[in-house]
Structure formats: C-alpha cells, structure tokens
Design a protein around this ligand. Structure first.
Ligand SMILES: Cc1cc2nc3c(=O)[nH]c(=O)nc-3n(C[C@H](O)[C@H](O)[C@H](O)COP(=O)(O)OP(=O)(O)OC[C@H]3O[C@@H](n4cnc5c(N)ncnc54)[C@H](O)[C@@H]3O)c2cc1C
Ligand code: SF4
Length: 337
C-alpha cells in the first residue's frame, strides 16, 4: 500500500470541499472517502485503488436511522449494515432489506460496513483485483480479461463488449425493489437520485460505475413507505443462491414484494442480484404478474420475462436457469410466508 494523507473533516461541507479537488469520483480517484473500509482498504492493499488523500467520514453525524413523517425511512450514510438490518422498523416494514443485508458477508463485516459503502462496493471480478491482468474497469482501454477467461460468476444482464462484471451487493437489490432514493451533497448543493439511476451500465465506460462526481458525498438514503398500502396481504422475500451457505456472494438472488387479493397478484416488485452489471429491477416480470393468479406457473412466466434478455458468457449459461428458479422460488416463498 502507498502512503496517503489522512483527513478528518469537521463537517460534511468540509468533506465535500476537499473531495471536490479530486480528478474523478470513479475508478482511479486520487481522493476517497473512508467509511467502514471493508472495500476500500482491500483494494488499496492490492494497489487497485491508490488515493493520495483519505477523508474519514466516520465522525460526521451521518449514522442515524429514523422514520420519515411520510411513513418511510431515512438511513444515514454511515449507518452500519448490522444496525440497519436489525432496526425494528426495517424488520417490520422492510423485511426484504433486512434479509438481504443479513445474507451478505459476515457479522464482523456487517458491523463495519456502511450504507453508502455498500452502495459503492466494487465488483468481485478477479481480474479487476489483479493489477497484472488487463481490465477495462480498472485501466480503461486495456481490454477485458474475463470475456475470454474465467467468467462463471459474472453478469448475464447489462453487460457490454467492454465489461461483464457483476454488481455484488445484496443490499442494493432490496433497495432497488423498494425504490430507494440516494441523497448526495455535492459542490452545488444537495440532489436526490433514484437508485435505478445511481449505478451505470458499463457500456463503453466501465470505469464509470455511478453518477457521482468529484466532491459528491452520499449523506443518506430514503425509503418510501412500504408499497401496496391497503392490500390484504403483502409479502417480502430476499432469496440468495450461492456456492456455499454463508460468507459468499450471490450467483443469483431475488428481492420480491408482492400484494395478493383473493388469490390474485395486485402489486409486484422484482429485482435480481448476482446476474446484472447493476442491481437489476425487472419491470417486465412485475407487469406479467399483475392481475394473474398467485401460482407457480405464473411465477415461472414472470421469471422467463425477467431473464428474456440474458446473454451468457462462456462459463455462466447455468445462471439463466438458476436465476429463473431463484425468482420463481422467491415468489412461492412470499406466497407461503
Ligand atoms: C470478505 C467479504 C465478503 C463480502 N460479502 C458480501 C456479500 O455477500 N454481499 C454483499 O452485498 N457485500 C459483501 N461484501 C461487501 C461489503 O458489503 C462491502 O465491503 C461494504 O458494504 C462496504 O462498506 P464500507 O462502509 O466498508 O465501504 P468503504 O470500503 O469504506 O467504501 C467503499 C467505497 O465507497 C466510498 N464511500 C463510502 N462512503 C461514502 C459516502 N458517504 N459518499 C461517497 N462515497 C462513499 C468509498 O470512498 C469507497 O470508494 C463483502 C466484503 C468482504 C470483504
Ligand atoms: S469484466 Fe469488467 S472488471 Fe472484469 S476484467 Fe472485464 S473489464 Fe475488468
């Protein structure tokens, strides 16, 4: 790891002003915010990230979790993943978020990891973390080693000829289904970004992963009130399939929220993890569920819709069927819950 200057700003405004001097907020940033450090420090040890200034945001007043007057939830950027997953309102109103967070990493990591850090965690593509290998995301224009290499765990949705890396977050999949809003303090003030617009597809610029610009500090995330108010039965489930039962990233996961009246689906939210280059909401699957009987055959049709644009790489065609079964089973679990 190289040397760096360590800075403790007195307030968010100072943190933003210092970070605004960075050349980029994307890969290769020379100034970085430090939250839990569970992504950033790993990448610094590997020389994948080489910031010369680190801004420690842990002492800023950004760690509260509180109900909003509208009945939603405001989650501070440095709220720890453990605190969020175990928060009484999250367990009661947003169980899909609690389940998603608790399915990730380990207790120790979740005790350190923060909300904003989780939103901004980096891909686990092995070539991205190996500076001896070409990687367009780490070093633009060098090529993508994964396309002709080991790609079993990588994306089948949203990939480009320049990058096929999967977004690894579990929390973000639940937040996509919950329509979270990311609040950002930048040089020009505050702005709110829907989670569906926060992460970028790789396209020709895989090193650009989010809409963040130099200086942008995520201050908090808000969740609207739980959807489908008034429905007799609303169920939420996060199901994660992986190579081992714990401490492993998803090969495929599904966050589902479903409202059922008289045996028919009246509301549906569907998002997939482990298969997309960003947390993958599926409006197609949601539309196919509405008005249909809440039964297996219709859940499988929704899964077919969710994966209809999937494009496998040389080693991961199995993920298409895996993701379909994951979503179908998650919907079955929701009905049975
Ligand atoms: C062994 C291991 C297993 C894991 N398994 C899983 C898993 O199964 N599922 C899963 O979802 N995740 C998993 N993770 C990832 C883990 O969830 C993330 O490392 C963690 O959420 C990152 O949060 P952090 O606070 O530590 O971020 P940091 O490492 O501190 O920061 C990450 C990035 O976010 C930026 N950043 C942080 N806060 C802000 C802010 N407020 N505004 C702007 N930028 C900010 C930092 O500059 C940095 O670029 C695993 C990690 C490890 C090490
Ligand atoms: S998939 Fe993306 S992150 Fe992995 S080697 Fe290719 S460009 Fe790099």
């Amino acid at each position: 790891m190289r040397t760096f200057e360590f800075i403790r700003p007195k307030d968010p405004a100072e943190a933003v002003a210092i970070a605004a001097q960075a050349e980029t907020a994307q890969q290769g940033a020379n100034i970085r915010f430090l939250a839990g450090g569970t992504t950033l420090l790993d990448l610094m040890k590997l020389n994948v990230e080489t910031p010369v200034r680190i801004i420690d945001i842990n002492r800023l007043p950004l760690d509260t979790i509180e109900a909003t007057p509208e009945g939603g939830l405001k989650i501070g950027a440095t709220a720890r993943n453990s605190d969020l997953a175990h928060h009484a309102k999250v367990r009661r109103d947003y169980p899909v978020l609690s389940q998603a967070i608790l399915s990730g990493a380990s207790t120790q990591l979740r005790n350190m990891a923060t909300t904003a850090g989780n939103l901004l965690q980096r891909t686990r593509c092995a070539y991205f973390r190996d500076t001896a290998m070409p990687c367009n995301k780490r070093d633009p224009g060098t090529g993508c080693s994964a396309i002709t290499g080991s790609n079993r765990t990588l994306a089948i949705l949203g990939a480009s000829e320049h990058c096929i890396a999967t977004n690894p977050s579990d929390m973000c999949v639940a937040m996509a289904a919950l329509e979270a809003i990311i609040h950002v303090q930048g040089s020009n003030g505050m702005r709110a970004v829907p989670i569906g617009e926060f992460h970028l597809l790789p396209g020709e610029t895989p090193h650009r992963e989010t809409v963040l610009e130099p200086g942008d500090l995520v201050t908090h995330v808000t969740l609207p009130p739980p959807p489908f108010a008034g429905a007799t039965a609303t169920k939420q489930v996060y199901l994660k399939l992986r190579d081992r039962a714990s401490y492993e990233f998803a090969l495929a996961s599904a966050a589902v929220l479903i409202a059922i009246e008289d045996g028919n689906v009246t509301g549906a939210r569907v998002a997939l993890g482990g298969v997309g280059t960003k947390p993958w909401r599926s409006p197609e699957a949601e539309a196919s569920l509405i008005g249909q009987a809440a039964i297996q055959v219709n859940f499988r049709k929704a899964a077919e819709m969710a994966l209809r644009d999937a494009k496998p790489q040389s080693e991961n065609a199995f993920k298409i069927e895996l993701a379909k079964r994951c979503l179908t089973h998650a919907l079955n679990m929701a009905v049975a819950a």
